[in-house]
Design a protein around this ligand. Sequence first.
Ligand SMILES: [Zn+2]
Length: 407
Amino acid sequence: MKVLFLIMDGLGDLPNQVLDKKTPLEFAKAHYFKKLAKDGETGLMTTIDYGVVPGSDTAHLALFGYDPKEWYLGRGVYEALGAGIELREGDLALRANVATFKNGKILDRRAGRNGFGVKELFKEINGLEIDGVKIIAKHTVEHRGVIVLRGKDLSKEIVGNDPHKIGKIKDFEIKKGLKGKEKEKALFTIDVLRKLIETVNKKWENNSINKEREKKGLKKVNYLLLRGPGLLSKKPLSFEKKWGLKAACIAGGALYKGVAKFLGFNIYDVPGATGDTHTNLENKVKYAIEARENFVFLHIKATDSLGHDGKALEKARFIEKVDNVLKKFEIHKEFDLIFVSGDHSTPCVKREHSSDPVPLLFYGVNTRKDLGNFTETEAALGTYRVKALDILPIILDKLELAKKYGA
Ligand SMILES: [Zn+2]
């Protein structure tokens, strides 16, 4: 048995004036999704809980059947795993932006969004040791990277140094209300981080890469802004052990690869999978079809980004593009069971995530036909009103792998 688990990030939406008061999914000529819905089951899914606005990280943990209240260890953990860093228990991971700094002020939080030489600059600080803590530094894309602290007594109960606006620099802080050993650990952690920032500033300030950047008219890279602390404090039971399915991940974005890696998925690097509107959808679907695992997670990011940008028509067009590629490959003939949904809504009118339920669709073995369709409005006529944590048990039962409760 082979399952396609297709998540279009931020798929759900609200009625939009630009689309004659329809949502992008309602407006899109997505005939293939609608055909699958006609022959399958539909419904609405609340990702985390009623009124709770999900992050993509917590939402995906829930979709894979792991309660985020237990398994959300902070964004840095999943970003670092997604960047290909082999984390060990006790590691503290943070997301990093390189920035331009002068006279106590941040002039640009992203150093002009230009990644020239940034990889080398991260390499220069990789392997540093500060007070017995090893620094692992890895560049990812553009001005972004990941910093991992490896040592004893680290804490994630801290707030990063990103001021989220230009101007005066901001110091690390420990979270309020910490006591005893936890407070000591947090104080030690921010002490190491302060020393790291100082070292970075000194090492990078007059670096040859900055001279080259200057010649090219690029902004100086001489500061690190760190946020999203996460501590790998424990490791979950793997997806395969928990659900009995071997899992594959096909995604462009590092965060999704990171969540999947955390749960022991096999991660495919698909050529041209960029996580934006220009992503190579055909390659991603081809890889999904060819994957030998029996649970294939296929993630598509651009629906969310277009929601954040408020581009309703583009979001509808992009959904049509996905629909066309799936139709072209006739995926309903390639998988025994297909699940399609989003990880949350990202309404174009809000340009942010929301708690509005997301339409879902099941097609394949042991599904009924219901009256719903794969749109926000018509999915309400369908079979399901569920939360994300319910999805894997439903899939298992459709695959006839669920254990009977009672006799
Ligand atoms: Zn998301």
